[in-house]
Design a protein around this ligand. Structure first.
Ligand SMILES: [Zn+2]
Length: 390
């Protein structure tokens, strides 16, 4: 698409004015399409519904209002606390050992390597070739930071577990995929963050990392790894954000998209408004548009209304965890490296159904109750208390 090409060049040059006319066109076209599909509905809500069936602007507003109310002060408290030392993840980590770590992680989390392949790309992703029998994940090895690829593999591995856990009878049908973007992200983030950044997981994998990199890990321990991979630091770039600040990046994009669609914000005023919200919610100063409004590719590809599914995924996952804990001793399973009971719960309740249900129907089947972000907020607050004592 022309807008993607111009966005690439505009980002490189940090020149929003170059991209603005295309962005104007992308938003206008998206709005026009929404009105073709559902003429009587709020066009932005139609966009949301496209990615997360049944999601309304009212529900999304309420969700983000709750996040704003609890996460913004939490981030401020953590920022004022003594910082954690994350130096053990940085250094010189040759690719060969990182590759071995990737396969160790895939096996540990219960991926069937007969049906899931691993490769490398610039940006990690998951895809399948025709059906869930042939799943592919990718990662990117950064030789100066082993944790980057490690968590990419666990994240993409979560997507692949979901896909390959679909009932075989759904293969080659339109139901052979997940419920929605948000529920898919709930699974990848469940493995990446809730499991992968837990103390039990760090204790499980540290010996393997130390075996692969004995020199780099000398004098370090699992507790240091746990702190390093949970460091909270307000930053400029969404894809590099930590678990606590991540949803605030999404919230900013949601607010801006909604206001542009409603005609309350002009494209020309977008960079200034972006920078203002980053200062207000994250306390950071945006130096230029490359590190600000031009950072994501989504808008240039016409993906408007897509961002909220990332934050919803975080929150769904925490709600699933609470329910799983009623019947599965999650920490004991992780400590033992036995993911079978965790995966069996996810397969029974989520994966096997493929695309049969809407997000609300799935939550109702599992919980008998609607979506509730309280689980997610409590989860974040508990972790910050554990790591930062706030
Ligand atoms: Zn993902």
């Amino acid at each position: 698409m022309r807008s993607e090409d111009v966005w690439h060049r505009a980002k490189e040059a940090s020149d929003f004015v170059m991209f603005a006319p295309l962005l104007e066109e992308v938003f206008a076209t998206a709005k026009r399409f929404s009105l073709y599909i559902e003429p009587d509905r709020d066009p932005y809500e139609q966009r949301l519904d496209d990615y997360e069936e049944g999601l309304t602007v009212a529900a999304c507003d309420a969700f983000f209002a709750k996040l704003r109310e609890r996460i913004v002060p939490l981030v401020a408290k953590v920022s004022a606390a003594p910082q954690v030392d994350d130096s053990l993840r940085f250094g010189e980590f040759p690719v060969k050992e990182q590759e071995e770590l990737a396969y160790y992680l895939m096996r540990t989390m219960g991926l069937d390597l007969g049906h899931v392949g691993l490769s490398t790309t610039e940006h990690p992703f998951t895809t399948n070739l025709g059906s869930h029998f042939d799943e592919r994940i990718t990662t990117h090895y950064h030789t100066d930071d082993f944790a980057s690829s490690m968590y990419s593999v666990v994240h993409e591995g979560g997507h692949a577990l979901y896909d390959t856990g679909s009932e075989d009878g759904l293969a080659y049908t339109a139901l052979d995929c997940g419920v929605s973007m948000g529920i898919h992200e709930s699974q990848s983030r469940f493995y990446e963050n809730i499991i992968g950044r837990s103390r039990a997981f760090c204790e499980l994998v540290f010996p393997k990392i130390a075996e692969l990199y004995p020199g780099q890990m000398a004098g370090h321990n699992a507790e240091e790894l746990y702190h390093a991979v949970n460091k909270v630091q307000p930053s400029l770039i969404r894809t590099e954000a930590d678990e606590v600040t991540y949803s605030l990046h999404v919230m900013i994009r949601y607010e801006l998209e909604k206001r542009i669609f409603a005609g309350q914000l002009a494209i020309a005023d977008l960079p200034a408004e972006w920078n203002r919200l980053y200062k207000e919610y994250l306390g950071v100063d945006v130096p230029d548009d490359k590190h600000g409004v031009l950072q994501d590719s989504h808008w240039s590809s016409g993906l408007i209304g897509y961002f909220p599914s990332y934050a919803l995924g975080n929150a769904y996952g925490a709600q699933f965890l609470a329910k799983m804990r009623e019947t599965v001793d999650v920490d004991a399973c992780i400590a033992a490296g036995d993911f079978a009971p965790i995966n069996a719960w996810n397969r029974e309740n989520i994966w096997r159904h493929g695309h049969r249900y809407t997000p609300a129907q799935l939550l109702d089947r599992i919980y008998g109750a609607p979506f509730d972000p309280e689980f997610y907020l409590t989860y974040l607050e508990t972790k910050c208390h554990d790591i930062y004592g706030v």
